[in-house]
Design a protein around this ligand. Structure first.
Ligand code: R5P
Length: 280
């Protein structure tokens, strides 16, 4: 098998290739003067089994994924891993006339099989045409938390949507878990309901599938501080970290970590083994 790395997932793809003892193909990416992306797979993949790994947090990254699939024309089998599938939060129509963008994008992906990781809503999986499997990084996050040697840790979901993830993280590390209720006012503003929590002097790890602006985590941390929590950590599968999110989280004295579905300085947990296991 040849592993083809997209521009967003070069480190993760290298780790997966190592895990699978597969060859890492060389690709190159650049922009034309008008901004259009140019993508080329330099290795010959005709007749080969190919594994393309590319997260799509931006529009250009999505174009890159489509280009890679097209560039691998002639391969015997094409497996695609989309560790972070952007637009998954646009999974349904709230107002008449809105695009269900997750569906529009999913329909364009032509491959033999697709893997996603903790996709924002499993509803999106029905929008893909090829067989698709959603992998769960919860146990990896639980294992990482175990290694932090925390004080009587509590895993906390900052909203109802993160309950399943928090429960999975907590059970894999034999920790307690709880959850909060969140109301989203707009894309940048959320309100988290106050709640009495048994966290006095305890370390708390807030877990969510995505950290984008950091607003959800910062508001949840306020509730925790009111309850006398000790150190506060925030862990996510997908560290989108828009604008100055990491700075705002650091200023709020929250230690942040994510997986490498989106590679960044805080990607402390690798999903390479998870992908490798799914492909063996
Ligand atoms: C929303 O339902 C997601 O699970 C996350 O809670 C949300 O995307 C986090 O966004 P932000 O960091 O901007 O609050």
């Amino acid at each position: 098998m040849k592993v083809v790395a997209g521009r967003r997932s070069a480190v993760l793809a290298s780790r997966v290739a190592e895990t699978l003892r597969a060859e890492l193909a060389l690709s190159e990416f650049r922009h034309f003067p008008d901004g259009e992306l140019y993508t080329r797979v330099l290795d010959d993949v005709v007749g080969e089994d190919v594994l393309i790994i590319q997260s799509t947090p931006t529009d250009t990254d999505f174009i890159c994924l489509l280009q890679l699939i097209d560039a691998c024309e002639g391969a015997r089998r094409i497996s695609v891993v989309i560790p972070y599938f952007g637009y998954a939060r646009q999974d349904r129509r709230f107002e008449k006339g809105e695009a269900i963008t997750a569906r529009a994008l999913a329909r364009t992906i032509d491959a033999d099989e697709i893997f996603t990781i903790n996709i924002h809503n499993e509803r999106v999986m029905q929008y893909f045409t090829p067989p698709v499997k959603n992998l769960d990084a919860g146990a990896l996050i639980g294992g990482y938390i175990k290694g932090l040697n925390l004080q009587d840790p509590l895993v906390l979901a900052p909203d109802g949507g993160a309950k399943a993830l928090a429960e999975g993280v907590a059970s894999s590390g034999r920790m307690e878990w709880d959850w909060l209720r969140k109301n989203r006012i707009d894309a940048d503003k959320v309100v988290i309901e106050e709640k009495s929590l048994d966290v006095s002097g305890r370390d708390v790890i807030i877990v969510d599938d995505i950290i984008s602006s950091g607003g959800t985590i910062i508001e949840a941390a306020k509730v925790l501080r009111q309850n006398g929590a000790g150190r506060i950590y925030a862990g996510c599968v997908h560290g989108v970290f828009v604008r100055n999110a990491l700075l705002r989280l650091n200023r709020a004295k929250i230690s942040v970590f994510s997986t490498d579905t989106i590679e960044s300085i805080v990607s402390s947990v690798s999903v390479a083994g998870l992908i490798g296991d799914a492909l063996l």
